[in-house]
Ligand binder design. Structure first.
Ligand code: NAD
Length: 419
């Protein structure tokens, strides 16, 4: 038992165990690689609109500071707990190392049901959370970004709160900011675009004609909506999408730009169409060429994995596939090509890194340069993952994580015990 114990942390631990066994990492070295360097829990009191005071619990976990500052998103959701945040921080570490960024992983979150607070209360909560984190973060210590339930506006409030404390504008304290406040072109779209780019690459490698291909997307927030838009732009028919309010299905293909406009205006896909409504419980097992889980973790268990009817599983969400499901998918490698989360959704942190670099240099790039560099890094990591999987005869996830873990381990071994 640790303070992190819970199903998501357990999943990250079991995944790490598989990698550590594969790499024959001595047992006395494993905790040092796995256990987070720091975990911070804070209380965030805010004034409610009705004059009462409410207190929300917030967390930040910094997994390791061996390679550089930590980097990771901030999640506002009712399910957030410190174990989930720690698992997400650990996955960020392997992800940053895999794609070659000079960061350790971090993650943060506030346990809050966003449907229960107003926009003014959300601003108060965002500012208070950052205020409480000021002693523990910094542009060279820990750099925050958006995740589920947070967006560019929340990042702007974080940046403003930190900057007011410093007495000067410090744009490089968070990434995923609005372009008007020091954000980079291409960050908003980066994660979804990267998911679609890698999925297209696999379809091309498999000889599947994009014009005849179909996609299904679970989750229609930042990642899911931009992945769907980009897949449609590549010529695929997006036949189903879902979010927390329900699902829509159209065998002829949904009009994704129209749906994205609706979701932006109303906050969800609810109310878009009565005729196209579909049971969200069945969305993951619809026959399709590309399945993009882009909502939350642990949605594909062993049973769902056995019934997947996609050719490519492009993991937009973090941790959507359980270790039990991985064992099923290992046996189905010739039927389902898995692009594991730490590679598939890494376009987000890659472009966050570009945003940080641009802010530090105060030199801003064209969107074309941002996207070109993003795809270059994704291609390089994809090639390395596939080559390693072939060489070691291991699944893609094991290969991707092994590359990440090896890099962190090498840095720890050469530096010594402190970082
Ligand atoms: P978001 O808050 O913008 O969107 C989340 C979406 O999931 C919403 O459409 C919500 O309605 C939907 N959803 C929630 N519960 C659902 C359910 N039970 N069934 C179906 N849909 C459900 O969040 P996001 O930033 O798009 O993040 C989504 C996932 O991608 C998370 O796992 C996150 O960690 C991961 N991720 C995000 C980024 C990023 O840049 N935003 C980068 C890497 C990974």
């Amino acid at each position: 038992m640790t303070v992190y114990s819970g199903p998501v942390f357990e999943m990250a631990t079991r995944q790490f165990g598989v990698i550590a066994d594969h790499l024959s990492i001595p047992f006395d070295e494993r905790d040092r690689l796995l256990m987070p360097k720091r975990a911070i829990t804070v209380s965030c009191p805010i004034h409610r609109d009705d004059g009462t005071i409410a207190v929300f619990e917030g967390y930040r976990v910094q997994h390791h500071l061996t390679i550089g500052p930590t980097k990771g998103g901030t999640r506002f959701a009712p399910s957030v707990d410190i174990g989930e945040v720690a698992a997400l921080a650990i996955w960020m570490s392997w992800k940053c190392a895999l794609v070659g960024l000079p960061y350790g992983g971090a993650k943060g979150g506030v346990r809050v049901d966003l449907a229960s607070i107003s926009k003014r209360e959300l601003e108060g909560l965002s500012r208070r959370y950052m205020q409480e984190m000021i002693p523990f973060v910094g542009p060279h210590t820990d750099v925050m970004a958006p995740d589920m339930g947070t967006n560019e506006q929340v990042m702007a409030w974080f940046m403003d709160t930190y900057s007011m404390y410093q007495g000067q504008t410090v744009t490089e304290i968070v990434t995923g900011k609005p372009v008007s406040s020091g954000g980079t072109l291409g960050r908003r779209e980066a994660t979804g675009r990267g998911v679609a780019y890698l999925a297209r690459r696999v379809l091309n490698d498999l000889g599947i004609n994009l014009g005849n291909a179909t996609a299904v997307v679970q989750g229609f927030g930042n990642v899911g909506s931009y992945a769907a838009l980009e897949l449609q732009r590549y010529g695929l028919k997006v036949i189903a999408v879902s979010d927390h309010t329900g699902a829509l299905h159209n065998a002829a293909g949904l009009d994704i730009p129209a749906l994205a406009r609706h979701a932006a205006e109303h906050g969800s896909i609810a109310g878009y169409s009565n005729e196209l409504q579909y049971d969200p419980a069945n969305i993951l097992t619809l026959p399709c060429d590309v399945l993009v889980p882009a909502a939350m973790e642990r949605v594909i268990d062993a049973d769902t994995a056995a019934h997947l009817k996609c050719r490519v599983l492009a993991e937009g969400a973090n941790g959507p596939t359980t270790p039990e499901a991985d064992r099923v998918l290992e046996k189905r490698q010739d039927e389902v090509f898995v692009i594991p989360d730490i590679l598939c959704n890494s376009g987000g942190v890659v472009v966050s890194y570009f945003e940080w670099v641009q802010d530090l240099q105060q030199l801003f790039w064209e969107e074309e340069e941002v996207t070109r560099r993003e795809y270059h890094i994704l291609d390089r990591a994809f090639d390395q993952m596939v080559a390693r999987a072939k060489l070691d005869k291991i699944p893609h996830r094991t290969a991707a994580m092994a590359i990440g873990v090896e890099k962190v381990r090498a840095a720890k071994l050469t530096r010594g015990l402190f970082p």
